[in-house]
Design a protein around this ligand. Structure first.
Ligand code: SF4
Ligand code: SF4
Length: 73
């Protein structure tokens, strides 16, 4: 019988460097889990952090490298 292992989903922690962020809002638009939210002051806030699935959309799309993703081992 053939068996396959599926990699487990690791816990990830998203971090935002406000000093680098120019508040373009791209990360908030593309984060489908609503972890990154742009509020009226245009700043990005991390909310619902536990909903992050580690897709890295935010990291890859941020033009200013303001977001990083830590994988919790
Ligand atoms: S994509 Fe980057 S620069 Fe733009 S709002 Fe998000 S963190 Fe800030
Ligand atoms: S890694 Fe994906 S789910 Fe997590 S904050 Fe970034 S875009 Fe949202």
């Amino acid at each position: 019988m053939r068996t396959e292992t599926v990699p487990s989903i690791k816990e990830t922690v998203v971090k935002l460097n406000q000093a680098l962020c120019k508040k373009c809002g791209i990360c908030a638009v593309f984060c489908k889990k609503e972890v990154l939210v742009q509020k009226q002051d245009q700043k990005i806030y991390i909310e619902n952090a536990e909903n992050c699935v580690g897709c890295r959309q935010c990291v890859n799309l941020c033009p200013d490298y303001a977001i990083s993703l830590e994988v919790v081992e």
